[in-house]
Design a binder for this molecule. Structure first.
Ligand code: FES
Ligand code: FE2
Length: 374
């Protein structure tokens, strides 16, 4: 009854992918209930193949960056606006290890140092702009958004790097696909908090959907058993485990089980799923990323890999099944608020524990609190 009661009014709403029909007054009231919008962490800024020999403008977590590849092919990020008179460096060109400003020709290296001012032909070693740490992860470029004001010049080393999967690097797992889900009107906290919201699995994720769609498959239900815990050694990591099995008329269907082990790095900006198919059927590794381009707007991307024994269509089926379930969530996230003091019941997961853990990505506990009191 709960599922029907929650879902019925939502079905009448228009599709919400990247919706632009939002009431700005409602949206600012929603935003004020949440913690600050940009926790410190690694964010995906695009696909590796999209950063070539041209500087690219990126808007992320309240920053404007220009991302380019230096002469060695390494991706670099510096503030997008020139330290001279503010031209957008993305309108310039890449020259060797530098991005060259389109206005007066200053050349700025990936570490933020101005190495020449071409109009006078002189070096200006003391002139700098801010640079930002960059990591590439299995086909994505990530930039580390920091809160600390460390000034202009080389970016400090971030407190952690996103863990790589050795089998992707050595070819043991094959790239199988990617999906750009566009812009979702939600706070970044919602995804990670979802992992401890144990009550919503039956209500929102109980019906099987046709993969990649929101069309329910009649008669079939999914039963979920979920757990969450913090990593014991890496403080920026937490884990979500879910065992799902299909049910027909309330009875489990043999061999229909699948296990998902989910590693969340940072405040859920980078999420790695490992789906293990029943009876040694193989493994699919999927990444999901959340990049806040505005306080309540996440750019969500997916890319996935699998054992060679898992055919590409099967990998797509498994990922599509997840994406269908996830769309049920963001229908909720795009219209909800954050309750700082929720009324919880026995069936709820460790929501307060998760929130305390999430606070580590803010400079102070006060800045992790909602912007408006409840
Ligand atoms: S504004 Fe960039 S060189 Fe002058
Ligand atoms: Fe969910």
């Amino acid at each position: 009854m709960m599922a029907g009661g929650v879902q019925a009014p939502l079905r009448a709403l228009p599709r919400r992918f990247g919706r632009r029909d939002l009431d700005p007054i409602v949206e600012s009231a929603r935003e004020a209930t949440y913690p600050a919008p940009y926790p410190e962490c690694w964010y995906v800024v695009g696909r590796s193949i999209d950063f070539g020999d041209r500087p690219t403008f990126v808007q992320c977590a309240g920053n404007q960056w220009v991302v380019f590849r230096d002469a060695s092919g390494q991706a670099r990020a510096v503030d997008a606006y020139c330290p001279h008179l503010g031209a957008n460096l993305a309108d310039g060109t890449v020259q060797g290890d530098c991005v060259e400003c389109p206005f007066h020709g200053w050349r700025i290296r990936g570490d933020g140092c101005v190495v020449s001012q071409s109009s006078e032909g002189q070096d200006h070693p003391g002139h700098r702009t801010r640079s930002w740490a960059v990591q590439e992860l299995h086909g994505w470029v990530l930039v580390y958004h920091r809160h600390a004001d460390v000034g202009a010049g080389p970016a400090p080393e971030p407190p952690y790097r996103i863990e790589r999967v050795a089998e992707i690097d050595d070819g043991g797992l094959l790239w199988r696909g990617e999906h750009d889900a566009g812009l979702i009107q939600m706070h970044i906290l919602e995804f990670i908090e979802n992992t401890v919201d144990f009550q919503h699995f039956a209500a929102i994720h109980g019906s099987l959907r046709v993969p990649w769609t929101e069309i329910p498959v009649p008669g079939l239900r999914i039963h979920h058993e979920a757990t969450w815990h913090r990593d014991e050694t890496e403080k920026q990591v937490c884990w979500f485990n879910n065992d799902a099995i299909l049910e027909f008329r309330g009875k489990p269907i043999p061999k229909s089980g699948a296990h998902a082990k989910v590693r969340l790095e940072g405040p859920g900006s980078i999420v790695r799923f490992e789906f293990t198919l029943a009876k040694g059927g193989g493994r699919v590794v999927m990444y999901q990323s959340h990049t806040p381009v505005a306080p309540l707007t996440q750019h969500v991307r997916f890319r996935w890999f699998s054992d060679p024994s898992v055919p590409k269509p099967l990998a797509s089926f498994i990922v599509g099944n997840w994406v269908s379930q996830w769309r049920q969530d963001h229908a909720i996230w795009q219209r909800k608020i954050y309750r700082q003091n929720p009324l919880l019941t026995r069936g709820d997961g460790p929501i307060h524990q998760l929130r305390r853990w999430y606070g580590q990505f803010y400079p102070t506990p006060a800045s992790a609190a909602p912007q408006a009191a409840e």
